[in-house]
Design a protein. Structure first.
Length: 137
């Protein structure tokens, strides 16, 4: 569901990220903004996180579903996680996602994309140094 509203939101999120003084090698995983509402946990800034990771919201939601073992839905702007999770817990999972699926293990840069290898495998392909290695998808 990539409608124009979503693109516009991405655009706005991009503009909120300060560019001055940000060195690619000092890449910082964005902190999760988490809000517990009743028995759900809302991840409010998934758009920013997905944008930094250069992955889709759906892809990150899929990962978190597996990690946390609960159903997750999204409306294109926020994730709605079944159950109550602390900000620390969510941050830990997000950081791990970046470590495993985003940041190149050779050059430590986040300029990667994922290629599907089939049979539950994916490949992380680094656009900075050309590394290509398998991860479980
Ligand atoms: Zn690399």
């Amino acid at each position: 569901m990539e409608d124009s509203g979503y693109i516009e939101l991405l655009d706005r999120a991009l503009k909120q990220i300060p560019e001055i003084g940000v060195e690619r090698s000092d890449f910082v995983v964005p902190d999760a903004e988490v809000l517990v509402q009743g028995n759900k946990t809302v991840l409010k800034n998934i758009v920013v996180i997905a944008d930094r990771a250069r992955r889709s919201i759906v892809e990150i939601a899929k990962y978190l579903t597996k990690e946390l073992g609960v159903p997750i839905s999204n409306d294109g702007q926020q994730l709605f996680i079944n159950g109550r999770f602390s900000t620390d817990e969510i941050n830990r999972r997000i950081k791990r996602y970046f470590d495993v699926y985003v940041i190149c293990k050779e050059c430590k840069k986040p300029d990667t994309h994922i290629e599907s290898g089939g049979r539950g495998m994916s490949y992380i392909v680094c656009e900075a140094c050309g590394a290509r290695y398998g991860v479980k998808s």
